[in-house]
Ligand binder design. Sequence first.
Ligand code: DGP
Length: 115
Amino acid sequence: MYNKDNVFAKILRGEIPNKTVYSDDNVLAFYDVAPRARVHVLVIPRGEYTDIFDFTQNAPESLQIAFWAGVRNTVEKLGLRDNFRTVANTGRGAGQSVMHFHVHIMSDERFKEDF
Ligand code: DGP
């Protein structure tokens, strides 16, 4: 069940400030307040979806397409085409703390040496 009082809903309503990287009618991308990588940005859809399951099941196709285009545009704007990760924590068990669907975009020099 989506809770309209979550922090990302407040950010979308302009009640909490954010450092915007990319914005359009469907998507907002902004810097994470507690970065865990050299570059750490969150991308969220402008819609009420709790997680990736809710989003992919219930969001209109047009919004799903627009969301991934927003991720792409954000990555391009950050100049990370060749060195970034996306993460979508899903559920409390996986550490999801904000129940508004979001994708983390993270980039760090050391990623090149992992895996
Ligand atoms: P997750 O653990 O996947 O739910 O990630 C939520 C992220 O949201 C976490 O990395 C910290 C970030 N965050 C929480 N509150 C705020 C906020 O008010 N502003 C911004 N920019 N980021 C926030």
